[in-house]
Unconditional design. Structure first.
Length: 93
């Protein structure tokens, strides 16, 4: 199982309506964290479980789900976490 699949599997507990995982590791070749094998990833995740939670709490849920992958497999993680309503509103805006 590759790291992207592992990320998807672990984040399934948040019942995402959608989840996009981008591996930016190649762009960071030679970076201190990359030399130890840790990848750079971006997430765009939409889940109703984020309703009523500030960004810090949403990120905490994600980091808890991925904790066993950090920092060995995941060195850096950029997160964009939305509720379905927020995503719909931003699409209209």
């Amino acid at each position: 199982m590759n790291i992207e699949q592992m990320i998807r599997e672990r984040l399934s507990r948040l019942a995402p309506d959608s989840l996009e995982v981008f591996d930016d590791s190649r762009e960071h070749a030679g970076h201190a964290g990359a030399k130890d094998g840790g990848g750079h990833f971006q997430l765009v995740i939409v889940s109703s479980q984020f309703a009523g939670k500030p960004a810090v709490a949403r990120h905490r849920l994600i980091y808890e789900a991925l904790s066993d992958l950090m920092p060995k497999q995941i060195h850096a993680l950029a997160i964009r976490a939305y509720t379905p309503e927020e995503l719909e509103t931003s699409a209209k805006g």
